[in-house]
Design a protein around this ligand. Structure first.
Ligand code: FAD
Length: 508
């Protein structure tokens, strides 16, 4: 449906705030649990137009939109929702893409429940507005109607920027810098661009076509991508610095952390990154795959974050009869997105809470046959604010398995940093930057997980956006850059046409 074919908003009745408050949050249509546990199709199917308008009507258009403060890139949430319910989906799409370079991605993978939706006024009195669902709806519309959205090419500046890494930080920075007319080249170690979006997050959560179309748009805007280029091996950082007017490092933090327990090097033990990369990037489930992967029948995944959920749900889809999460805290402390946990439970994943591996058990050929664990109890809160798990003496038990995936975290890879002695890194190996994203090497900027440690897509994108603005300023000889303070919520004004009376297509 094009923007012009949408139902006329004037024909829909105006709602009072009281009526809006009575509207229940819509449910995301999704694939049936039994069916989806054996296919890689996307689990969430997206809102229909009717559901999207209905959900948009739930927004109270607060004079102080705290949801904006809850968003790390300060998307003007009330504005795009207002335009959506007025029937101006093109305007909604333009508003969203002004603030967020990858809305199709963030609408699917952001932990909204701990960001914008947590700050929504309606969360305090019941259920928040489903901001993530609406973001996805508008962004998917824009993706399908990309031809209708005019983009005028920027005047060329003659300045060049090299970007290392093509994850959300690198892609966002590339888009922003290309918009300003700079000549941008991305260097990516893998053969395909996208970072974690392409090699980590599985198809059933984030279809690869979406990431590819975002990358294609950048290429159409003139961004060059050199794949299979490892900075630190193929070229060094100082070489890149000589070649470009500025450099942005966005290499993520993809080096797996292991448990350091006996038997961890047995056959059949994977790091989650290796397991997911083989499946997502190398097509390892295909019979003639160059880089095959084990199809475990009894799979144990250690960890409780998004990575662990992705690995265990992938194992289920590759035929595991039993797929078990072993997590050392309780369900309340799981760091994964609430939706991923809910979906994993629906797909029959077993959760072994308050348990931690002490040893991997193997047979005489060193193939994994099980994992020995110990029961934990929660003590006082640790530095993360979560209660510290402590082992219960004498509570050991075993879980038989033929495949084990370790998903307990990642850290920085020293490949790039060790070839750049002038680059300051923290004691954990993360790159140190100033408030504008510049590193200790003048003209070299950094952002995303390689600066923050493993974080989120939206934070990496926020860093990419900030760094792009700083780089632009640096290239224009304005240093330090002039930073605009974000408006206080009370002063935040919707930027589009004045709001006509609110309207609705359906009520519950
Ligand atoms: C399996 C998984 C699931 C996740 N799920 C979520 C989620 O649901 N929601 C969420 O918000 N976050 C999630 N995250 C975290 C999120 O994906 C990251 O925080 C985010 O991708 C970081 O972005 P980045 O651009 O800094 O780095 P990355 O996405 O890691 O991209 C870095 C890129 O740099 C390349 N690179 C590395 N070294 C070099 C080098 N020396 N030379 C050239 N290129 C190099 C890498 O190959 C990679 O393509 C998940 C992470 C994983 C692993």
């Amino acid at each position: 449906m094009t923007a012009d074919e949408r139902p006329n908003p004037e024909e829909r009745p105006t709602l009072t705030q009281k009526e809006r408050m009575k509207l229940q949050r819509v449910a995301m249509p999704e694939q049936d649990a039994a069916a989806r546990a054996v296919n890689f199709g996307e689990v969430n199917l997206g809102l229909t137009e009717e559901l999207a308008i209905l959900e948009a009507e739930r927004c109270l258009m607060c004079p102080k939109p705290y949801c904006i403060d809850g968003c790390p890139v300060r998307v003007n949430i009330p504005n795009f929702i207002k335009l959506l319910r007025e029937g101006d989906i093109k305007g909604a799409a333009a508003s969203l893409s002004d603030d967020n370079a990858l809305p199709c991605v963030t609408g699917r993978v952001c932990p909204q429940e701990s960001q914008c939706e947590k700050a929504c006024l309606r969360a305090k009195t019941g259920q928040s507005v489903a901001i993530g669902y609406l973001e996805r709806y508008v962004a998917d519309w824009a993706n399908r109607h990309a031809d209708e959205i005019a983009r005028s090419p920027a005047a060329r500046t003659g300045k060049s920027v090299g970007i290392v890494g093509s994850g959300p930080a690198g892609l966002t920075a590339a888009g922003e810098l290309a918009k300003k007319g700079h000549d941008v080249t991305i260097f990516e170690a893998f053969h395909a661009p996208g970072g974690v979006l392409i090699y980590g997050i599985p198809e059933f959560r984030l279809p690869k076509d979406i990431v590819k179309s975002e990358v294609d748009r950048l290429v159409d805007a003139g961004v060059k991508i050199e794949a299979n280029a490892i900075i630190g091996k193929t070229y060094t950082l100082p070489e890149l610095r000589d070649r470009f007017d500025a450099v942005f490092i966005a290499v993520g933090a993809g080096l797996p952390v292991f448990m350091n327990v006996p038997g961890e090097n047995y056959k059949g033990v994977y790091s989650a990154n290796e397991y997911l990369t083989r499946v997502n990037l190398m097509g390892a489930w295909l019979q003639d795959a160059d880089t095959p992967v084990l199809h475990g029948q009894r799979v144990v995944v250690v960890g409780g974050g998004n990575v662990a959920m992705d690995a265990v749900r992938t194992a289920r889809r590759l035929g595991a009869e039993s797929a078990t999460i072993v997590y050392r805290r309780s369900r309340d402390e799981l760091p994964a997105r609430a939706e991923e946990v809910h979906h994993a439970e629906g797909e029959g994943v077993i959760f072994e809470y308050l348990a931690a591996p002490t040893e991997v058990i193997g047979d005489e050929d060193r193939w994994v046959t099980g994992v020995r664990c110990i029961r934990m109890e929660l003590g006082e809160p640790d530095d993360s604010g979560r209660r510290r798990p402590e082992p219960i003496e004498g509570s050991e038990f075993e879980i038989p398995c033929d495949m084990l995936v370790v998903a307990i975290g990642t850290r920085s890879n020293p490949l790039l940093t060790q070839t750049a002695p002038d680059l300051e890194v923290s004691k954990w190996g993360y790159i140190v930057t100033d408030d504008h994203g510049m590193t200790s090497m003048p003209g070299v900027f950094a952002g995303g997980d390689i600066v923050r440690g493993a974080a989120t897509v939206i934070l990496a994108m926020g860093d990419g956006k900030t760094a792009a603005a700083s780089i632009d300023s640096y290239l224009n000889g304005v240093w330090p850059p002039v930073v605009e303070e974000p408006p206080a919520p009370a002063e935040h004004k919707a930027r589009a046409k004045p709001a006509p009376a609110a309207t609705v297509t359906a009520r519950t």
